[in-house]
Design a protein around this ligand. Sequence first.
Ligand code: SF4
Length: 331
Amino acid sequence: MTLLQVRDLVKHYHAGGMFRASAPPVRAVDGVSFDVGRAETLALVGESGCGKSSVGRTIIRLQEPTSGSATFEGTDLFALDRTALRKMRRRMQIIFQDPYSSLNPRMTIGAAVAEGIEIHRLARGKDVGRRVAGLLEEVGLDPGYARRYPHEFSGGQRQRIGIARALAVEPTFIVCDEPVSALDVSVQAQVLNLLADLQRERGLAYLFIAHDLAVVRQIARRIAVMYLGRIVEEGPAEQLLAEPSHPYTVALLSAVPEPDPGARRARIVLSGDLPSPSNPPPGCPFHTRCFHPLRSERCRQELPLLRPVGGTNAACHYAESTPSPEALAAN
Ligand code: SF4
């Protein structure tokens, strides 16, 4: 059952100051649509600057959309006034890459976790402390840590504190904005396991934002790959990882370490940088870096739309004949 429905989401940023009128807008998000089901994880993956974090922040109204719609349990999120938005924030939370920046260094972590409980009046008096202790335990921290300050914790522990803060208001949906990108691999796995356990126990839905397909492989049921503000491929995680249809997904996948040491897979290093989102290339936005053998003049002129190819949807004119990393390694 659909929990969140996003349609044609657009987020453009305009330069400030005296050049505001003449400078082209930064097209961070350029017509993104997807659904997230109850207790489901949709991963949004792409290079830094592709617009994935802007999608997450716009949906929960940390920034305002340029156009498009987002409906959560049938409520139009972009039509909510301040009071209604505050109430809705109980249901929709966000976890950041750097939880330290969202924690007040002068506030104990007990007080930080209690904040949401008190704002939304979910408990009173001694019950607040009991709830905080329970939440710290649930995320794998000693309840006695409630009296400590953020600087006394490691990166992984701080992320657990960030998760406890989000859980404190009993949400049904959490935007996880690169929650493990700054952590060591072993700590990453622990935090991902924690998120998966919480999802099972609480029926949570996640929009999991990451730049690394290796990370989302562990947690996502569906994956959407973003490039220059657009989704270029999306589908069930298993299918997309086994048989990607868009050349950009193939390139991202080629960077993921292969668990089978005998398997041969070409590492595709894309040429050039991500083009500027204020001046995206015409036609297919990926054409300046594409390695597809059939890439043609059509790619430079005609924008490919998402369409079913194999078991996913891909935005490539020649998706049916996209070479796999294994095929590229054999050549
Ligand atoms: S449409 Fe053309 S340029 Fe774009 S991904 Fe497909 S082959 Fe490459």
